[in-house]
Write a protein that binds this ligand. Structure first.
Ligand SMILES: Cc1cc2nc3c(=O)[nH]c(=O)nc-3n(C[C@H](O)[C@H](O)[C@H](O)COP(=O)(O)OP(=O)(O)OC[C@H]3O[C@@H](n4cnc5c(N)ncnc54)[C@H](O)[C@@H]3O)c2cc1C
Length: 367
């Protein structure tokens, strides 16, 4: 029997919700199946880049994002505490000449709200997909509660550990980098205002970004994975490297992460497509994973509307390019005997016309 539903999206994270909004806007019937019953609480992604803001504007969301987020127009780079130069995003093409910061749970909430307006019944929470089958006319998914649903196309937006990718036997190639970090959010006691700080220190990278509500995120490279991070431990690392004391008692979010890079061997298998972290995982240094997922979701929505998934396979090349850029950012952040060379490279990027090109690359243009 031909399915009545156009698309089922498995996974209602930031990428699945974004895709659901775009499909509903294009007039396709869509269900987004999300196994969680509670909204996201942990903030991973904070950086929203200009190409993503352009798509959010078309979804009718850019204003809300900008109202809630912080516009970062400058990032200062330091060798230790000595200023190397400033990356000006204000020189990037308008109207979004900035990187917006917004914690991922807020982003998810805005996308959920928009999807509800565009397609009130589209999102089903507490719906875990456990199996799939496909035939000439469409795809059938089985839910953990025994129910079945059919659609013309299926999209796996079920994250890095994607069960659908495994069921489709699509390999996920890549691996872990040796790099590890701790990150935490604290009341902003710096004089940086809405600027970002990037500190290349002898012991490794320290990054700091403004967040809404007078909060600042600190991301600090660690010699090894810190299984039980504490605000005091993170504060100590920042003090040792920069001489800056964090108000540790104001900590609201704290976590450790290791850096990984993975790419699915194929993004399309018959009537099924992979998108977001199910398709690609990048190093978080540079903050591109969610944005790349959105750019892919945009292309995928066009392909689904045309009833031909083949053009979406080209997004794999963009993911490879983004992966290389994120790898560059990660290597630059390492403690290395070649630090003076690295600092000289950073200085020449920031103090010559290369600065403009790098700002475009850093804000995800030209993928
Ligand atoms: C420390 C860190 C910092 C980061 N910072 C940035 C940044 O600043 N900017 C940026 O662009 N990116 C950043 N990223 C990457 C970003 O967080 C991810 O790329 C993004 O979350 C991917 O979204 P997604 O929707 O594809 O996957 P996820 O966010 O993992 O969502 C997948 C969803 O699928 C659901 N699901 C899974 N299996 C099933 C199933 N079987 N049935 C139903 N539902 C299912 C899950 O519950 C989940 O809600 C960062 C990542 C890390 C680790």
């Amino acid at each position: 029997m031909a399915p009545r539903l156009d698309v089922i999206v498995v996974g209602g994270g930031v990428v699945g919700l974004f895709l659901g909004c775009r499909l509903a806007q294009l007039g396709l019937s869509v269900r987004v199946l999300e196994r969680r019953t509670v909204p996201l609480s942990h903030s991973r992604a904070i950086g929203v880049h200009p190409p993503a803001l352009e798509r959010l504007a078309e979804l009718g969301l850019a204003e809300a994002f900008i109202r809630e987020g912080i516009k970062v127009t400058r990032g200062h780079a330091y060798a230790g505490t000595k200023r190397l130069g400033t990356l000006e995003f204000g020189a990037c093409r308008p109207p979004y000449s900035f990187i917006l910061t917004l914690p991922q749970p807020w982003t998810e909430a805005l996308l959920r709200e928009r999807l509800k307006t565009l397609a009130p019944d589209a999102l089903r929470c507490g719906a875990e997909v456990s199996g799939l089958g496909s035939d000439q006319d469409g795809v059938t998914v089985r839910l953990a509660n025994g129910e079945s649903l059919r659609s013309r196309y299926l999209v796996a937006a079920d994250g890095k550990e994607s069960a659908l990718r495994r069921l489709l036997k699509i390999s996920f190639r890549g691996g872990r980098y040796p790099d590890t970090y701790v990150m935490g959010d604290f009341t902003d006691a710096t004089a940086l205002g809405h600027d970002a700080g990037l500190y290349f220190t002898r012991a490794g990278l320290v990054e700091s970004f403004p967040l809404p509500g007078g909060v600042r995120r600190w991301v600090v490279k660690t010699p090894q994975f810190v299984a039980r991070p504490t605000p005091e431990g993170l504060g100590q690392l920042v003090f040792e490297r920069l001489g800056v004391r964090l108000p540790v008692e104001t900590n609201t979010m704290l976590s450790s992460f290791g850096v990984q890079r993975f790419l699915a061997a194929r993004f399309v298998a018959g009537r099924v497509a992979l998108v977001g972290d199910a398709a690609h995982v990048l190093s978080p240094i540079g903050g591109q994973g969610m944005n790349l997922g959105w750019l892919g979701a945009w292309r995928l929505a066009d392909a689904l509307q045309d009833g031909d998934l083949a053009p979406y396979a080209a997004h794999r090349r963009s993911a490879q390019n983004a992966g290389r850029r994120a790898a560059f950012n990660t290597v630059m952040g390492r403690a290395s005997p070649l630090a003076p060379l690295r600092d000289a490279l950073a200085w020449s990027i920031l103090n010559t016309p290369l600065r403009r090109t790098f700002a475009e690359v850093f804000t995800m243009r030209g993928l």
